[in-house]
Design a protein around this ligand. Structure first.
Ligand code: CP
Length: 317
């Protein structure tokens, strides 16, 4: 049986990282401060610290990934862990082995940590509930539910460029309905005291009652971007859509694609973020994606330090 907050130890330290929902503000701040210490490791000749020496980290990506899988691997290697990337397509999952049987077999190989991406919401929680004490589980994205390390690296990026969350207006634009990134970002932003979080998108891509998460809803992108400090663009997650929720990609770009004209409604020093993968010409114009306000690639780089911080903290370092 899971306790109220299964990701915390009795002393409120981090046991697993499953979601940013309910993650105490102090712990989020501690993750960001720990990441500060790891950012410079990437600039060294020898990009390694010994914190996870002798630990075995299993990367289990049941869904495709470029950024998350690679930066988790780099993060674990920079912490000196042994990293095992299970090739799911070549694994016995394809022969009908259940998720928990796969986990039990890898645990029998003395795993210390599972980093899990899965198309089913709740998969990481299920594994966290199942593993024996001492094995940490990090959610690398589960269905449309949560992508906590993306949410945290987004917070790290915003804090890097804007210093504080207390006077910020942040707009999250696009397919909010299917987005685990949006959910993880909203929970983290509201916990950190961001006073103005807006979600912008067509009615068909905004979850009902999303206002209960502490956001305001806009269907007119120009109005929604007015005076924003941070603009987070999201991809249309066609793989999670059932039926046609939009007229066409062209029509979508006209209303919700980020262009120089639309961005001019935000503050002149607004930053533009995107978790990737990007679809240029669908949710974002190339000139903006590669422009001076874009911090899309720094997000990826900060992701390594944030993931190092999470891995260090769940192992008690
Ligand atoms: N942001 C993100 O999750 O990207 P990947 O799917 O490439 O990991």
């Amino acid at each position: 049986m899971l306790t109220a907050n299964p990701q915390l130890n009795a002393d409120k330290t981090l046991k697993h990282l499953l979601t940013t929902e309910g993650l105490p503000k102090k712990l989020i701040e501690q993750i960001l401060e720990t990441a500060d210490q790891f950012v410079s490791v990437g600039d060294r000749d020898v990009k390694k610290v010994p914190l996870l020496r002798g630990k075995s980290v299993f990367n289990l990506f049941f869904e495709n990934s470029t950024r998350t899988r690679t930066t988790f691997e780099i993060a674990a290697k920079r912490l000196s862990a042994d990293v095992i990337n299970l090739n799911i397509n070549a694994s016995s999952a394809s022969k009908g082995e259940s998720l928990l049987d796969t986990i039990d077999n890898l645990a029998a190989m003395n795993a210390d940590m599972f980093v899990v991406r899965h198309a089913e919401s709740g998969a990481a929680h299920l594994i966290a509930q199942h593993v024996k004490p001492g094995i940490a589980v990090i959610n690398a994205g589960d269905g449309r539910h949560a992508h906590p390390t993306q949410g945290l690296l987004d917070m790290y990026t915003i804090r890097h460029y804007k210093k504080s969350f207390h006077n910020l207006s942040v707009a999250i634009v696009g397919d909010i309905l299917h987005s685990r990134v949006a959910r993880s970002g909203i929970h983290a932003l509201t916990t950190l005291g961001c006073p103005d979080v807006r979600v912008i998108g067509p009615k068909t891509l905004i979850p009902t009652a999303v206002e209960r998460m502490g956001v305001t809803v806009h269907h007119d992108m120009q109005r929604g971007l007015e005076g924003c400090d941070v603009v987070i663009m999201l991809r249309l997650q066609n793989e999670r859509m059932s039926g046609s929720l939009l007229p066409s990609a062209h029509e979508y770009f006209k209303s919700y694609g980020l262009t120089a004209d639309k961005l001019s409604r935000a503050k002149p020093d607004a930053i533009v973020m995107h978790p990737g993968p990007m679809n240029r010409g669908v949710e974002i114009e190339s000139g903006i994606a590669d422009g001076t306000q874009s911090v899309i690639l720094p997000q990826v780089t900060f992701g390594i330090a944030v993931r190092m911080a999470v891995m260090a903290m769940v192992t008690g370092n």
